[in-house]
Ligand binder design. Sequence first.
Ligand code: OSB
Ligand code: MG
Length: 382
Amino acid sequence: MRIESVELRHVELPLVSPFTTSFSTQTRRHALVLRLDGTAADASGALASVTGWAECVALADPFYSPEYIDGCADVIKRYLLPTLYAAQDAGTDVTAETVGYLLRHIVGQPMAKSAVEMAVLDAQLRARGESLAHYFGAVRTSVPSGVSVGIMDTVPELLDAVAGYVEQGYVRIKLKIKPGWDLAPVRAVRERFGDELLLQVDANAAYTLVDAPLLRRLDAFNLLLIEQPLGEDDVFQHAQLAKLMTTPMCLDESITSAKSAADAISLGAVDVINIKPGRVGGYLEARRIHDLAKAHGKAVWCGGMLETGLGRAANAALAGLDGFTLPGDISASDRFYAQDITEPFVLRDGRIDIPQGPGIGVEPIPDVLASFTTGSEVLTPS
Ligand code: OSB
Ligand code: MG
C-alpha cells in the first residue's frame, strides 16, 4: 500500500471508577489514536483510497512497561513513520507483513511499532474488504469475556465489585494483587463465590522469589493461574517459583516477543501466556506466539490495556484463534468507559462479539472522538 498521511490523536477518556494495580492508580485513560490515509489494493487488485485506524496501548507513565504514551508518539513521529515513508519512496511496498521487518533496526518500542502495524493492517484489509478475524483465521464469532478487578481499599468493597461483574455475566474474574493485598482478598472471593468461579490473580511484578512461601499459600485457592508474580526480567526465577507452586504460572510483562516466549517455555518458566499485541510489537508477532504456544501445548489468552473500542475490536479478533483456550481480559466497553469512542462492545451471555466488517470492523464516532481529543498532529512524507 501507499501511506499518504498518519494523524496522531491524543484522547483522554474518564474511567467509570479508579483502576488500581500494584504499580499505579488510573482515573482516566490517555490514549493515542492513529488514523492512516493512503491507497491500497481493493478486492479486484485496483488501487483504492482507504483509511486505517489503530491505537497505541502504552500507558501514560512507564510503570508497567518501559514505553509511555508521549514517548511512543515521539518515536512514531521521529523514527517509525519516516522509515516507512523512506521505504515506500525507495519503491518498497509497505504492508502489515513488512512493517516489522522495515522497522527492525529501531531497538525496542514494541507498543509504538504495534500501533503503526495495526493502522497499516486495518487499512490494507479494509481496502480489500476482509475482516481481521478472517485474516487471522479465527474459528469463532464471539469470545468469552473476563474482567480484571483492581485493588480496592477494603475487602467488602472488592466483594461488591466482583458481585457486580458476576451478575453482569463475566465468565472469569482476575484479581489484581500486591504484597498486603493477596491472601485475604483471594480467600474472601473464594468463600463468597465458591469453587465454581473461574478465578485468577495478577501481581504485575510486585513480588520477589523471597516471597515464595507466601505465594505458595495461594495454591490452596484453586486459581486458574498466577500472572507475573516476579519482575519482567526474572524469567529464570519464575521457573524456580513454578517448581514450588501448583498454581499454573502465567507471564505477561516478561513475554516481549516470540523468541522470549520460546525461551520462557524452554526454561519451564511459563504454563500459560498472556498475549498482548502491543507488548510484543504487533498482531503478527502475537499470532506467532499463539502458534508457538499451541505447538508446545501451552494455553494462551488475550490480555488487555484498557483499550478503546479500536484495540478491543482487534483483540477480540485475535482471541478468535483456536489456541486462545482461556477467557481474555476483553470486557465490555462499560467496564472502563461510560462512553467509548466507537460503538460500545457489550456483554452477551458472558461473551463479546468479534466484529465481522472489513479490517478491525469498527471506527471512531467522529463527534465523540472530537470531544475527547486533547491534541493532534498529521504526519506526511516530507
Ligand atoms: O497487567 O494485565 C495487566 C491494565 C493495564 C496494564 C496492565 C494490565 C492491565 C489489566 C487490565 O489488567 C486489563 C484490561 O484492559 O481489561
Ligand atoms: Mg498482567
